[in-house]
Design a protein around this ligand. Structure first.
Ligand SMILES: *Cc1c(COP(=O)(O)O)cnc(C)c1O
Length: 416
């Protein structure tokens, strides 16, 4: 078993060689899929120790599983997070995380520019349990701060909103959150943690849909919650009683010992094995897709008939400066563009020959979708308008194809 304890070895390398938590019986080089529900013990005393958390053995795979745990440990090695929990979808990671911090009478301060199901979770599902949604403009931090009060259990945001492509200033928001003793929770799905270090910008809890970049070619649904240990849970009206336990933050204790096992949205071992393989290549795949995305967005902006292109790395973008500060040259591998009308957008999508008509983000294949009629298709026109989802907008998730081939598909689909 290989163990790297050298702090000079980079996180990418550490991640690839992270040791298993105990030696594999056959010395398998890749983590096997432990397709097992329950684990056997030699004695009643050993069972008691494992079930009460005094020894680290697995007992039941809804609580923990060796393959899933290894996926979590690799993400930990890569990101430096204190605690990583893997779920069976991005939505499960978000729902479990918010349920760990929220309580009846609490409020969540967030933007209306959210992934559709996250919006619905906060606006409807959690609201039914007495958690008040407070939607505001998070790219105006001073205005956002006015929505925070002593019952605010979290400020929640997406690092680049979709399809609006809004980028909030994380450092400024984090300073406000620290001053007001509120945890900052960010969905960082759009730029993977190999390219963007959320903790360096003051994010306390990171949530990710690993369905996207990490799964590696849209093989499986998955989600991650990362706790960086930066929030003082003594300040939380709900979780302060759980502080002071060795090795686990109050948040991690609540999640691991209660929410994760009670809601049962655990990642399965077959998915963990796939996503372990995806994790090994995510940095290089992302680099390729992001470079193509940036070049393609710039060229599409010059095409006749394209009204506007929305990608934060293009000069003149309203969030160009903050995006550059946070994400460098490549703010994700997704852009949107507007045509003159909904009919023109439908015509363009129907004419595509190479780019696939599908939802999802960060497959190896490039995907096109008309968000207003699909992802937001069951929302009222008024709600779509309040979320700035225009019916003239098309979203492109850029994959690993040759850039010229993708551009040529745009050219032929745009011709009148
Ligand atoms: C896809 C996505 C989700 C939901 O993830 P699932 O794995 O589909 O449940 C949440 N947030 C963002 C930003 C996403 O793109």
């Amino acid at each position: 078993m290989n163990t790297i304890n050298d702090p000079n070895v980079s996180p990418e390398t550490q991640m690839l060689h992270a040791p298993y938590s105990s030696k594999d019986a056959y010395g398998a080089l890749n983590m096997p899929v432990y397709q097992a529900v329950a684990y056997e013990f030699d004695t009643a005393a050993q069972m008691e120790a494992a079930f009460t958390g005094k020894s680290p053995e697995h007992v039941y795979s809804r609580v923990s599983n060796p393959t899933v745990q290894y996926f979590e440990q690799r993400v930990k090695a890569l990101t430096g997070a204190d605690e990583v929990m893997a779920f069976n979808s991005g939505m499960a990671a978000i729902a479990n995380t918010l349920m760990a911090v929220a309580y009846t009478g609490a409020n969540i301060v967030t933007s209306p520019h959210l992934f559709g199901n996250t919006y619905s979770l906060i606006a409807f599902t959690l609201k039914d349990f007495g958690v008040e949604p407070r939607f505001c403009n998070l790219s105006d931090p001073a205005a956002a701060e006015k929505h925070i009060d002593r019952n605010t259990c979290a400020v929640f945001l997406e690092t680049i909103t979709n399809p609006q492509m809004e980028v909030a200033d994380l450092q400024v928001l984090s300073d406000i959150c620290k001053k007001r003793h509120v945890p900052l929770i960010a969905d960082t799905t759009i730029v993977p943690f190999t390219a963007f270090r959320a903790a360096a910008f003051g994010v306390d809890i990171e949530v990710v849909s690993s369905t996207k970049y990490i799964s590696g070619g849209a093989t499986s649904l998955g989600g991650l919650t990362l706790d960086y240990g930066s929030y003082d849970w003594q300040q939380s009206p709900k979780l302060h009683t759980l502080t002071g336990q060795p090795g686990l933050s109050a948040f991690a204790a609540k999640m691991r010992r209660e929410i994760y096992r009670n809601l049962g949205a655990c990642m399965t071992p077959d998915v963990a094995a796939r996503q372990l393989t995806g994790l090994e290549t995510v940095a290089v795949r992302y680099e390729r897709a992001a470079v193509t995305c940036r070049a393609l967005a710039a060229r599409v902006a010059q095409l006749d008939g394209v009204v506007s292109v929305n990608y934060p790395a293009l000069e003149g973008h309203p969030y160009y400066a903050v995006s550059r500060r946070q994400f460098g040259d490549y703010p994700g591998a997704m852009f949107t563009f507007d045509l003159v009308s909904r009919a023109a957008a439908f015509r363009f999508i129907d004419r595509l020959q190479l780019i696939r008509r599908a939802t999802n983000l960060f497959d190896n294949k490039t995907l096109a979708i008309h968000p207003a009629s699909t992802i937001f298709g069951t929302f009222s026109e008024a709600l779509r308008q309040s979320m700035d989802v225009s019916s003239n907008t098309i979203r492109i998730s850029v994959g690993l194809e040759n850039m010229e081939d993708l551009y040529n598909d745009f050219v032929q689909a745009m011709r009148m």
